[in-house]
Design a protein around this ligand. Structure first.
Ligand code: FAD
Length: 359
């Protein structure tokens, strides 16, 4: 019976543990410094929107392609997962068109592509007609997507794992090999899954120095957005973004945001917050019934650090101090929308190690 310890209880670790625990032959434990219910700058998952709006280029799209049917199924058939179906509208501004084509580093570059690969994947994709576009907008599209309430969804994943017998243990590790001597688990791991997100930069045995934060500041409000709305740029700065989405089941509406690479600041900046709110209400005056941004009803200001990585996500196995480690970290701004695809790959790698060990 393979013993597997997953380090990390964000969406990457929990989805990996969930899929691994579906195989009754596996004995799975999750060890993490932060668990669902916590809000901390070292824990990206609770701060996410989170929706399905593919960010990969077509050749790298397999994680998101594999995840869409699962999220749609949960939104349709499993209300307790905290995901609902939502229309998503994207607007491309005239003034951003050139930058979108030339700037390969922008987080949202592929999202705003004129003919994105995901048009055949999501529901009812269509280009918006000219008379549907606000002033200053060159083109836009609309499609059926989902919006996840992270507080409910992460807890739901924990529940699914526990129902499958997964053990949860809270601990801050300094070295990946520490899990080998955790007596509280009642077993010694044969395989470790490393889903530590941005902290892969600090964890002993990994110390991946190519991992970096992409800071996202947000405002969560009680006001309801008409649809999920995203615009290709703002006049406030290159790292400022404008988007909104109303989460399922009372999770509030998240107004974003920023995409500040290399910025570790954990505290919300009041000026940035004010700009985020003004931009959102100017894009969707319905948010406050036309009364202006002062009428937004704020639940909280937030900052989350998306776990960026220079070469993109790391999903591979390596031996650390004589034990197999399967890595699953570095998902930047698409950790939810790629979560099932990535976790399936983790399961395949873990199974491959098991088969190798038996030979
Ligand atoms: P994390 O959630 O950071 O979890 C890491 C886990 O590892 C934690 O449990 C932590 O405690 C544990 N850990 C780390 N180090 C140690 C250690 N040494 N010892 C023990 N435990 C450790 N994605 C989408 O798909 N759609 C969206 O709409 C979206 N919107 C976003 C909006 C914002 C503002 C932000 C910030 C992110 C957004 N994302 C979105 C991205 C998404 O949130 C991340 O990609 C995802 O949460 C990463 O999850 P993770 O599990 O890899 O890492």
């Amino acid at each position: 019976m393979p013993n597997i310890v997953v380090i990390g209880a964000g969406v990457s670790g929990l989805t990996s543990a969930y899929l691994l625990s579906k195989d009754q032959c596996n004995h799975v434990a999750v060890v993490a410094k932060h668990m669902p219910g916590d809000y901390d700058i070292e824990y990206a998952s609770p701060w996410a929107g989170a929706n399905f709006m593919p960010m990969s280029a077509a050749p790298g799209s397999r994680w998101e392609r594999r995840t869409w049917p699962q999220l749609k199924r949960l939104a349709t058939d499993v209300p307790e997962a905290g995901i609902h179906l939502q229309k998503c509208q994207l607007y491309r501004r005239h003034k951003d068109l050139e930058r979108l084509q030339s700037d390969g580093t922008s987080l949202f570059k592929n999202v705003f592509a004129e003919h994105p690969w995901y048009r055949d994947l999501v529901d009812d994709y269509r280009d918006l007609q000219e008379d549907e576009l606000p002033q200053g907008i060159a083109s836009g599209c609309e499609f059926g997507s989902v919006c996840i309430n992270p507080a409910l969804y992460l807890s739901w994943l924990v529940g699914q794992c526990r129902a499958n017998g997964v053990i949860f243990h809270r601990k801050s590790l300094t070295h990946i090999s520490e899990v080998r001597s955790l007596e509280v688990l009642g077993f010694k791991p044969d395989v470790i899954v490393n889903a530590t997100g941005l902290s892969a930069a600090k964890l002993g045995g990994v110390r991946d120095q190519t991992v970096y934060p992409i800071r996202g500041q947000t405002v969560v409000v009680r006001n309801v957005a008409p649809n999920m709305l995203f615009i290709s740029g703002t006049d406030d700065g290159e790292n400022d973004a404008c988007y909104m989405m109303t989460r399922a089941a009372g999770g509030g509406t998240i107004l974003g945001g920023t995409t500040q690479s290399g910025n570790w600041e954990s505290q919300p900046d009041p000026n940035t917050a004010s700009l985020i709110m003004k931009r959102a209400v100017s894009l969707a005056p319905e948010l406050t019934g036309g009364k202006g941004f002062e009428h937004l009803d704020v639940i909280r200001h937030g900052v989350g650090l998306r776990p960026g990585r220079e070469d993109g996500v790391r999903i591979e196995k390596e031996k650390v101090d004589g034990i197999w480690v399967v890595h699953n970290y570095g998902h930047a701004g698409w950790g939810y929308q790629g979560s099932y695809g990535c976790a399936e790959e983790v399961v395949a790698l873990v199974n491959g190690i098991g088969i190798q060990a038996k030979l």
